[in-house]
Design a protein around this ligand. Structure first.
Ligand code: ADP
Ligand code: MG
Length: 218
């Protein structure tokens, strides 16, 4: 098992009191497995990804990833986990504006100690961003930035990839191509992929689909 969530609960404090978002989530991902996460807007999909990605802590429950319970890690432990054990692709791309595309792509891989120029070259070609390497993020379209952000995540060869609507800014053909690349890279690397998507067409490309509803995996 690459990722295992057990009875994970998460609430937020709001002006109207505590808002229970995740009410006991159980979810397992095997190595090499790809899973689509669906559910209505506000159902807690991003919250779940943030927890599995070590960006936030659950109120209760276990999140086993990379051989440890990341729910118990402190800030520093979670930062190390994010650096070495997980790749995150979010809707806002968070590219580093002062670095060109080539440097953005190798940034996380270098931090993780897994910089591999041959692998990065392959990624760049498959993502169709070869011609953009010397540009800066502000000189790219939304779709181009999305491809670069995906390349940056995959360059570090993370064992677990968590992607929150990663192709939302792309047209259908590009979305299919980019998801296809994420999938084949996940399979060949024995990684696991959890993708939030509203597209049943994209979900069908993955091994299975789980739906978040009423705070539970239905
Ligand atoms: P989804 O990604 O499925 O659209 P989210 O996980 O982003 O859902 O949000 C689930 C619910 O939790 C929403 O009602 C949202 O407003 C609320 N929420 C998310 N983050 C916070 C926060 N930091 N503080 C308070 N409420 C939040
Ligand atoms: Mg969301």
């Amino acid at each position: 098992m690459l990722l295992s969530l057990e009875n994970v609960r998460k609430s937020y404090a709001t002006a109207e009191g505590r808002l229970e978002i995740l009410k006991g989530i159980d979810l397992d991902l095997d190595a090499g497995e790809s899973v689509a996460l669906t559910g209505e807007s506000g159902s807690g999909k991003s919250t779940l990804l943030h927890l599995a990605g070590g960006l936030d802590q659950p109120d209760a429950g276990q999140i086993l990833s990379a051989g440890r319970n990341i729910a118990d890690l402190d800030d520093r432990g979670r930062a190390a986990y994010r650096r070495s054990a997980v790749g995150l692709v979010f809707q806002h791309f968070n590219l580093i504006p002062s670095l060109d595309v080539a440097a953005n792509i190798s940034f996380h891989a270098k931090l993780a100690g897994r910089h591999d120029p041959v692998w990065e070259r392959q990624l760049v070609e498959r993502l169709g961003i070869d011609a953009l390497l010397a540009r800066y993020p502000e000189q790219l379209s939304g779709g181009q930035q999305q491809r670069v952000a995906i390349g940056r995540t995959l360059a570090a060869r993370p064992p677990l990839v968590l992607a929150d609507e990663p192709t939302g800014n792309l047209d259908e053909a590009s979305a299919d191509a980019v998801l296809g690349i994420m999938l084949s890279l996940t399979k060949s690397a024995g990684a696991a992929l959890l993708v939030v998507t509203h597209s049943s067409r994209l979900a069908q490309m993955l091994d299975r689909t789980v739906r978040l509803s009423g705070g539970k995996i239905a």
